[in-house]
Design a protein around this ligand. Sequence first.
Ligand code: PLP
Length: 357
Amino acid sequence: MLNFTVGPVMCSEAVCAVGGEQVPYFRTAEFSATMLENERLMLKFTKAPEGSKAVFMTNSSTGSMEAVVMNCFTEEDSVLVIDGGSFGHRFVELCEIHQIPHTVLKLAHGQKLTKQLLYAYDGQAFTGLLVNIDETSTGVLYDSEMIGEFCRKNHLFYVCDCVSAFLADPFDMAACGADVMITGSQKVLACPPGISIIVLAPRAVERVTSRKVRSMYFNLADALLNMQRGQTPFTPAVGILRQINARLREIEEAGGADAEIARVAEQAEDFRKKIRELPFEFVSESPANGVTPVHPLHADAYQIFLTLKDEYGIWICPNGGDMKSTIFRVGHIGHLSHEDNTTLINALKDMQKRGLL
Ligand SMILES: *Cc1c(COP(=O)(O)O)cnc(C)c1O
C-alpha cells in the first residue's frame, strides 16, 4: 500500500516496530518518563512559550477541539470562528452545541484569509478566536502571525487547530501568541490515530485550572494535574504514546521541527512540479504544505480515487460533501519520498493513457 491521504499516513519503520511490541502497564516511572519526554519535545517543536504545558488526550483531534471549547469558553464569551471548510465548520458546530456565543467569518472553499477580511471584525468586543491553521479540507493555510496580531490587538483568547499544520507548516506558538494549539497522532506525527495533543500557553493553563468544566473525561485541569508526574487521569492509548515517543525522537535526531517542515515542503513542491503535466488544476489560494487539493478537468475526482485504490494500490484522499466529485487531495505528510510521488504520477499517466482522466 502507498498512502497519500491526510491521515492515517505512512509510518516509519521505527514507529511500526514499536507498534508490534507488547503494550506495557502504564502507572510506572518508566512510562511517566516517556510521557514527560513527549511533553518536552512537543513544547520544543511547537516553540511554545516558557511555562506552557502539553496534555495527551486519548481521543481523535475533534475530541480535543471539543475539550478546548468546553474548558476555555462559557456563555459569557463571544468568539469569532474562521470557517473556510469542514474543519472550520466543526468549531462552529461545537460552539452551537456548547452554547458559546459566536460569529462566523465564512470563507469560500480555497479562499485566503486576508488582513482586510479579518479586520472587518476589528474592535467588536470579541473575547476569543478559533481557527484551523491549515483548513485540511481545502488545503488552505492561514497566517498564524497575522491572526495573532489581530488577537493581541483585540485581547482575544487565541485557539489554533494545528492538527494537520503542526510539523508541516511553520508555526511558532510564542511568536504568534496562540494560547492553545491542538494536533493529532495520525497527521504529520505519522503514528496510528487515537491520541490528540493539546499545548496550553501559560494564559490557557491559568484559564482551564481556574474554571469548572461540566465533564469528567474532558476535564483539562485534571489532565494537567496528572501530567505534572507524566500521567493521565484514565488509561491512555499507551501503545500509541510509545510510538509518538519514537517518532518525536526520530524528528529530533533528524534536525527537529524545522527540518521536518522543510522535508514536507519539499515533498509538496516535488509533487506540484510533477503533476503539472496532467489535466488537473490547483484550487487553493494559499496552499499549505501538508496537502494539495486537485481539481480534475475532465474526470470525476471520486472515480480517480477508486481506480487508484483498486487497480494500483495507491491511496489518495477523496473529499466529502459537495466537493466529492470535483476535488481529490494528495497528502505530503508521513513516511513518503520523492520516488513515491513519481509512482503516483506514473499511475495517473497510465490512467490518462487508458482514457480515464
Ligand atoms: C484531521 C483534522 C482534524 C481532526 O480530525 P479527527 O478525525 O478528529 O482526528 C481537525 N482539524 C483539522 C484541521 C484536521 O486536519
